[in-house]
Design a protein. Structure first.
Length: 304
């Protein structure tokens, strides 16, 4: 089969090449991939997490070729969206049956491929903040994949969402997704927040921490800035004792949450926000645009 492999000498580390077919385990299905997506974290740390020739990729949607030998999961022919920490950027992938959801015919593969990491991360982070009805929530990096799903899901849960972006152009469409306010940076924001989801890290996370109400939590989800964070905790104690930062980890076993998100997608209650769509032979182009903050939402590749 063909796959996008890690090649340190290729543009953005991606090259189409022939690779062996995956050999699924007893609790895995073999899937013919029709669409896959790119995530900032995969690309930014591609060189740190892979060896030359590795097939990376987390998100993929396609059709089951071979059902799991242990009888779990969907049968051959089922349309599915899948997650795994490797192997999605290929014509075929083996995936555990706890890491997938069946797609109704009305949901396109390209839309479904946008969901796994970004939407499940957003869903679980929003849940982690607790009850949101009537609460004021801050979301940074709101123009990216996780951010745009988080805005929709937090607003759906009843929060008043303030979406922070890097430029006014990047904030296009966020009000329509449910943001009550769209801000360029946090410098002009007033008042405090009952919770925050930070996708940027660096100085941004420190600034967000300074905007929390007493006992509120900021979840550190991503590090799009690629910069470490320095915080004056003494100032925080004086200003709003009990506020805290939690390093968020998305966890595992995506199946049930993917099923819930697919249901929202099928009902028209969740927008996949695919900001770039094209053939996977244009993967380097898509990667460059994603890393350069030129994609609003998700970059999705159609696998040929």
């Amino acid at each position: 089969m063909q796959a996008l492999v890690y090649d340190p000498d290729a543009p953005h580390g991606l090259r189409l090449a022939d690779t062996p077919d995956p050999q699924p385990g007893a609790s895995q299905v073999l899937v013919e991939v029709h669409a896959t997506s790119l995530n900032f974290g995969e690309l930014a740390f591609l060189r740190d997490r892979n060896n030359p020739g590795d097939v990376a990729g987390w998100d993929a949607a396609g059709t089951v070729i071979t059902a799991a030998a242990d009888g779990s999961g969907p049968p051959a022919g089922a349309r599915v969206v899948t997650f795994g920490w490797a192997g999605a950027w290929a014509q075929r992938r083996g995936v555990d049956t706890t890491q997938l959801a069946v797609l109704p015919d009305a949901v396109e593969f390209t839309a479904a491929a946008a969901l796994p990491v970004a939407a499940v991360t957003a869903l679980r982070a929003v849940r982690r903040l607790g009850r949101l009805l009537g609460r004021r929530i801050l979301i940074t990096g709101a123009s990216g994949g996780v951010g745009r799903f988080a805005v929709q899901l937090a607003a759906r849960a009843g929060a008043s969402v303030v979406a922070v972006v890097g430029s006014r152009e990047r904030g296009a469409g966020l009000s329509e997704l449910g943001a009550s306010e769209v801000a360029v940076g946090v410098g002009g924001l007033t008042g405090t927040f009952d919770g925050a989801l930070d996708n940027v890290g660096g100085r941004m996370l420190a600034d967000v921490y300074g905007l929390l109400a007493t006992e509120a939590t900021a979840l550190s989800i991503g590090m799009a800035s690629l910069e470490p964070t320095t915080i004056d905790f003494e100032a925080a104690r004086i200003r709003a004792g009990g506020s805290r930062i939690e390093a968020f980890s998305v966890g595992d076993r995506f199946g049930a949450d993917l099923g819930y998100l697919v249901g929202l997608l099928a009902a028209g209650q969740l927008d996949p926000q695919v900001g770039w769509l094209g053939s996977w032979d244009r993967a380097s182009e898509a990667a460059g645009m994603l890393l350069g903050r030129q994609v609003r939402g998700k970059a999705v590749l159609e696998v040929r």
